[in-house]
Design a protein around this ligand. Structure first.
Ligand code: SAH
Length: 226
């Protein structure tokens, strides 16, 4: 296996449905049969709920912020224990990267996805909820704060899934022969499939003839110019 994602979240069941579907789901399975090209699992995704790492009977994971302010802050200890469980015993710490999902972090992009896929074997995602995470977590784990965009979400689950999805596409063997990795290509993304012509509200919608002629150079040219 080439990449192991570890997600620390209060809502693992919400994320798991997504990572078990489609391409990510397939990449977690071993291919069987004679014709199978890439037999091993390409990725693994494990989930850790901070609630399972609490000692009190209410499984408390958040507290009021010191210094005042609205909302609740996720406590450090259950998260640190979840992290220990995920990668604490791993020896080669150079192969482990810990990312804290934060709207104030470095903005995630293709370049980062590629470099994460190349450099690491374990990526740990810490998903916040409520107002965020006790700042000591980032310092103790030497984690990097990453944002998926200049907007604020209610939790770090979608950002973690976004990054897992995008990094996976750069892990060798995850995309099949018929799926393409085209981040580097500047194209309009214009595309069509069957049928060649259909009617919608009495108006006919056809496929531009250049796509029907099958001249790839001509099609590329069109995609660049649109
Ligand atoms: N008031 C907080 C907002 C917390 S949002 C603040 O200003 O930081 C709750 C959690 O959602 C955050 O801890 C983070 O894990 C996640 N989150 C929200 N928006 C995000 C974004 N754009 N990128 C990455 N994580 C985000």
């Amino acid at each position: 296996m080439r990449m192991h994602f570890h997600v620390i979240t209060l809502f693992p069941e919400v994320c798991k449905v997504y990572t078990d579907a489609s391409i990510l789901g397939r990449a977690q399975k071993t291919e069987k049969g004679k014709g199978a090209k890439h037999r091993g699992r390409k990725i693994a995704v494990s989930y850790y709920n901070p609630r399972d790492f609490t000692k009190d009977k209410h499984h408390k994971v958040d507290g009021r912020p010191y210094g005042g302010g609205p909302g609740m802050v996720m406590m450090a200890e259950p998260i640190l224990k979840a992290w220990e469980k995920a990668v604490g015993r791993k020896k080669d710490i150079k192969k482990i990267k810990t990312l804290i999902m934060s709207p104030r972090g470095k903005i995630f992009d293709t370049q980062m996805a590629k470099s994460l896929a190349q450099k690491y074997e374990h990526i740990v995602f810490i998903s916040g909820r409520y107002e965020g995470i006790d700042s000591r977590v980032q310092k103790i784990l030497n984690a990097e704060a990453i944002s998926v965009g200049e907007y604020v979400l209610t939790g770090g689950e979608l950002p973690a899934l976004t990054i897992i999805d995008s990094v996976s596409r750069h892990v060798h063997g995850v995309l099949g022969t018929f799926e393409s990795l085209e981040e580097e290509r500047v194209s309009s993304g214009e595309m069509y499939t069957r049928p060649e012509m259909f009617k919608y509200k009495k108006v006919k919608h056809g496929v531009p003839p250049v796509f029907m002629r099958g001249n790839h150079a001509e099609i590329e040219e069109r995609k660049r110019s649109v």
